[in-house]
Design a binder for this molecule. Structure first.
Ligand code: ADP
Ligand code: ASP
Ligand code: MG
Length: 591
């Protein structure tokens, strides 16, 4: 008999009528001959209400007690849902995370799932029950209640679908699918029929709140196809799958993360190891750092900028102050009024001029880019918070995301491909289902680096640089623009080694016209890419890379992070050593 996991979000359970409607959906699915596991969130905005209540009593509520409190929201929902199904004449049983046996680590308020026992659920299903599981919660080894992070019910649903070998996982929500961007922020957003795990992972972690990004890590790791659909209508929504039958679009979607903060540490000694001293204490506090940008050093000193979620700025500043003192670096400055806008697309890796197109559109709209980082499938820029929504709209327009791409998507299979996913489940149950996994560590020795220092930090500069580079027919790979110091930014990018001369000529000619600082370049750099799942959400990955490289005396020149890949650029001759030391550093998590 096939098994279906159906998850209902808060808005879809906001009142008794909605709970009964969700119950009917599950019963209908059971009547069609399926076993059904429902995963439910807290009703409506209940979790927000509880967070607010806690804040009225204690400014820094203990994380353990926060979990104790927030988990009650889902407990209300499971009980009411079981009553609803009973009222409609069917058998149902509600279970908390602990009763299911969802074991997590002890990182309160953002715990990771280690294992899930299926026996009890399977027995109850075989006895004809609809099993109703509380989303978002688990239990640690000491029987403390834990929660998985805001929006975490999606992760519970996909994880249950994975361990139960479900045939499909349906996410019922208040939109009728995945859109090219948040339809509440950009009215022209378009619903898509299919999206790949990789694009959804990036979009979710860059702000597309429709799915909890860790749920997509699960889906990718265990090959669970996800169907995102509306709880109000019957129309089919969007499928999140490994390989959508999609046309070759450069950009698939756009996202914004509004609550970001930038931190800059000035005058960090530019030697192997100093970067770790900055990031270790941050990782110890479990803060995920993003958009790491290092100004190419002058006088042996470098400026290091990065972004963190705004809510985690206080503990980040505390950590950085410690590090700066030890290193004799500083001052440490920050800006809590910034937002990150991003464009995401698998096709980006194969087309020139994508970054240029995005920068040009933003510059025409008068949006200044404070920092830029790119990876193979995404371009992110840090902008003033006030300009963020406009910037999102501008990106959406620039890539014509409102229009259906030429070759229309064909609907994907809604059922799960039974491959080796079940073996993977068995293997990972023992070591932690959300453990980091690394697929590959590659070395690319074909590239060269160009850096333009002291660029005037005004709208349009990056656009101008990449327009001219693109006109010269050069394919730019990694782009990193640092936060402007005294209004001056520095821009580094990598190009194919045999196009270095041309690229430097373009940069030199720009330097003369724009009155920037020196153009420096390196004819041979080595780009190392660590690919896997959970690279950004596991806060320690970049640290592990920096530490391994520093121990081998290798300095990192450029870095970019994404959900599925972390790239670092080091001096060309050190490439092979760097690869060997990264392989050793990640040996325990290689797939
Ligand atoms: P639920 O309570 O069902 O989990 P969420 O509020 O977490 O619902 O997620 C649904 C919301 O996600 C939508 O209402 C929409 O505003 C937002 N959203 C953000 N980005 C996207 C996107 N790319 N596609 C669809 N919805 C999005
Ligand atoms: N109720 C939790 C929250 O609001 C979990 C969820 O809805 O996914 O974050
Ligand atoms: Mg949600």
């Amino acid at each position: 008999m096939s098994l279906v996991v159906q998850k209902f979000g808060g808005t879809s359970l906001a009142d008794s009528a909605k709970i009964l409607a969700a119950a009917r959906t599950a019963i209908r699915t059971q009547n069609q001959g399926n076993q059904v596991v429902m995963v439910v969130s807290a009703m409506g905005k209940n979790t927000d209400v509880l967070v607010d209540l806690a804040g009225q009593i204690n400014q820094k509520p203990p994380a353990r007690e926060m979990d104790m409190l927030l988990s009650t929201g889902e407990q209300v929902s499971v009980a009411l849902m079981a009553m609803a199904i009973d009222a409609l004449g069917h058998k149902a049983i509600s279970l908390t995370g602990a009763q299911i046996g969802i074991r997590t680590d002890s990182t309160h308020t953002k715990a990771r799932i280690e294992s899930i026992s299926t026996d009890r659920m399977q027995r109850l299903l075989d006895a004809g029950n609809i099993v109703i599981a509380a989303g978002f919660q688990g239990i640690d080894d000491e029987f403390n209640i834990t929660t998985l992070g805001r929006g975490g019910s999606d992760t519970t649903a996909v994880a249950l679908a994975a361990v139960l070998g479900a045939d499909s996982c349906e996410i019922y929500t208040d939109v009728d699918g995945v859109y090219t961007t948040d339809p509440r922020k950009v009215a022209e957003a378009r619903r898509v029929q299919q999206v790949s795990y990789n694009e959804m992972l990036e979009l979710a972690s860059l702000g597309a709140g429709v799915m909890h990004s860790r749920s997509i890590e699960f889906a990718k790791k265990f090959s669970v196809p996800i169907h995102v659909r509306s709880s109000l209508t019957d129309i089919p929504g969007s499928m999140i799958v490994e390989q959508p039958e999609a046309p070759d679009q450069s950009v698939f979607g756009a996202a914004v993360t509004l609550d970001e903060a930038r931190v800059t540490v000035a005058k960090v000694p530019d030697v192997p190891g100093s970067i770790i001293q900055v990031f270790s204490p941050i990782a110890d506090r479990n803060v995920a750092v993003d958009m790491i940008v290092q100004n190419i050093g002058e006088d042996g000193l470098t400026d290091l900028s990065f972004t963190v979620p705004r809510g985690e700025l206080p503990q980040t500043l505390e950590a950085v102050a410690e590090a700066a003192e030890t290193l004799g670096a500083g001052p440490v400055t920050h800006d809590a009024q910034v937002a990150k806008v991003s464009a995401v697309g698998l096709g980006m890796a194969r087309q020139t001029g994508v970054a240029d197109q995005m920068f040009r559109a933003l510059s025409a709209a008068g949006v200044n880019l404070e920092m830029i980082t790119t990876s193979e499938i995404k371009i992110s820029a840090l902008v003033d918070e006030q300009q963020a929504l406009n910037a999102l709209r501008v990106i959406h327009q620039a890539f014509h995301l409102d229009q259906e791409p030429v070759a229309a998507n064909a609907p994907a299979a809604a059922t799960r491909p039974h491959g080796n996913a079940v073996d993977v489940v068995e293997r990972l149950q023992g070591v932690g289902m959300e453990e980091l996994t690394i697929d590959d560590i590659t070395l690319d020795k074909t590239q060269a680096r160009v850096t333009i220092t002291n660029l005037p930090d005004t709208p349009g500069i990056a656009a101008r640089v990449f327009e001219e580079v693109a006109e010269a027919g050069v394919f730019v790979d990694m782009i990193v623009q640092s936060f402007g110091h005294h209004g001056l930014a520095s821009l580094s990018f990598t190009v194919p080694g045999d196009r270095l001369t041309q690229s430097v000529q373009v940069a030199e000619s720009l330097r003369q016209r724009l009155d920037c600082g020196a153009v420096t370049s390196s004819p041979s750099v080595a780009k190392l890419s660590v690919s896997g799942i959970g690279l950004r959400s596991h806060t320690g990955v970049a640290i592990r890379m920096f530490r391994a490289l520093a121990d081998a005396g290798i300095n990192v020149n450029m870095i970019s992070t994404s959900e599925v890949r972390v790239n670092v650029v080091v001096d060309g001759p050190q490439g092979d050593d760097a690869q060997a030391c990264l392989q050793a550093a990640f040996a325990d998590v290689m797939r």
